[in-house]
Ligand binder design. Structure first.
Ligand code: CTP
Length: 404
């Protein structure tokens, strides 16, 4: 871990099985998404899928011949039984879209074409993405078939709801290609954090002055979101407590949205007991208005100052409940990075602190990269200079895993 994002996935082989539904038109984007992670994509198409997307498109995007025949003419070179060779080499069999018919075949072990033979022969994890008319999806036959697959350990990505190509409204839409790629990525990653529960706070807090104004800071939640994504990919259970941000967290995270420092403290208190690791990546307000004014402050009020009081320090408040949990703090600093971070590590009873520079370009709030250092009681663990936040997230998790 810890290299460039997706480094772990380069060279992995995914078989993308495309079956005959209208959503097959999204398959080329799934191929592109997987390829952008360095994954070697082998496309296998059923006969019916060729009504919706052409082998030429998928061949061009995957950079590999598309497989369609159970009994192809033997290619020049070493002979191999194609469906077994493909099944054996796969790190993941992804079926997107999966029609009701194909799901039924899988559930009952029918192997009458190349893709269904591969589904039966592979030992790799399988991700099925159903897509069909809502009535077909809700039909007891389909429900039971999906149950059978799920009990066998097949991963099912539930379809989205909305307007369907057939004119009906409801569940049955193939999720967007980005979501399918994210789920595939999660299955392919090494699960070195399996069984670990992470509680991550992210983003800024907003402290309301009146119904119009509030005090906040420049945090965008990017570093926290990178940690949430990376931890989930590596098998951790992740709960997020987030201040107001303009972003979506990884789809597998359990997200609790809060607004103020006080609400964040309550949410951390309520959720701490189930966590093995707490990562306080949030930029919590230190000062909050003494009083909230229910009516808008008007120009005519001639306001000249704003009464402020200190907010509760979340880490110091929950310290008595730390037990054997691993606490990680962040320190955003403009000066004396190392000394300030060391003081915070000691004063807040942390196991590790990530100190990053703010106030210059290429690091800190809103930036894609961060510069700074990681400290524990033993000393400096790492220096990082303009490192992508996704990469830094994996490094931080590597250090946490070593110390758990
Ligand atoms: N933090 C906290 N509660 C607060 C403020 C900060 O738990 N009220 C946490 C942050 O989430 C972070 C760590 O404490 O993990 C350090 O935050 P930082 O803002 O860098 O330091 P402060 O303690 O607020 O001190 P200062 O702003 O003076 O540097």
């Amino acid at each position: 871990m810890g290299g460039t994002p997706g480094e772990d996935l380069a060279g992995k082989q995914v078989i993308l099985g495309v079956t005959g539904g209208i959503a097959a038109y999204k398959a080329p984007l799934v191929v592109r998404g997987l390829k952008s992670l360095g994954i070697d994509v082998r496309v296998v198409m059923t006969d019916a899928s060729r009504y919706f997307v052409t082998p030429t498109t998928l061949q061009t995007l995957s950079g590999r011949p598309v497989h369609t025949e159970l009994f192809p003419e033997t290619p020049p070179g070493a002979f191999e039984v194609e469906h077994i060779a493909l099944a054996d080499r796969a790190d993941l069999l992804l079926i997107a879209p999966a029609t009701a018919d194909f799901i039924a075949k899988m559930a009952h072990g029918i192997a009458d074409d190349l893709l269904s033979c591969i589904a039966l022969a592979t030992k790799a994890p399988v991700l099925v993405c159903p897509s069909m008319n809502v009535n077909m999806y809700l039909h007891p036959a389909t429900r039971e078939n999906l149950d059978i697959l799920q009990k066998r350990g097949v991963f099912i990505l539930e379809p989205a709801s909305g307007e369907l190509a057939c004119g009906w409204e409801g569940a049955g839409r193939l999720p967007e290609p980005e979501r399918i790629v994210a789920e595939s990525k999660k299955i392919l990653y090494q699960k070195d954090l399996a069984g670990i529960s992470l509680l991550v706070t992210c983003g800024p807090t907003c402290e309301d002055i009146d119904p119009v104004r509030f005090i906040t800071n420049r945090s965008t939640g990017k570093m926290g979101a990178a940690l949430v994504e990376a931890a989930g990919l590596r098998g951790a259970r992740v709960k997020v407590i987030s201040g107001p941000v303009n972003r979506e967290y990884a789809p597998w995270a359990d997200v609790i949205m809060v607004r103020s420092a006080g609400q964040m403290l309550d949410a951390v208190r309520d959720n701490l007991s189930g966590a093995d690791v707490l990562v306080m990546a949030a930029a919590v307000a230190d000062y909050v208005p003494e009083t909230y004014r229910g009516a808008k402050i008007k120009k005519g009020d001639k306001l000249t100052s704003l009464g402020l009081k200190s907010s509760p320090d979340i880490l110091s408040t929950i310290r008595p409940f730390k037990d054997d949990k691993f606490f990680v703090g962040f320190a955003a600093e403009t000066d004396n990075l190392s000394d300030s971070a060391r003081k915070k590590l000691m004063n807040k009873g942390l196991d590790m602190i990530v100190a990053n520079r703010v106030g210059e370009s290429g690091t800190g709030f809103g930036s894609d990269t961060n510069s700074g250092l990681i400290l524990s009681e033993a000393g400096v663990l790492d220096h990082f200079e303009q490192v992508e936040k996704e990469v830094l997230a994996h490094r931080i998790l590597d250090f946490i895993r070593e110390r758990l």
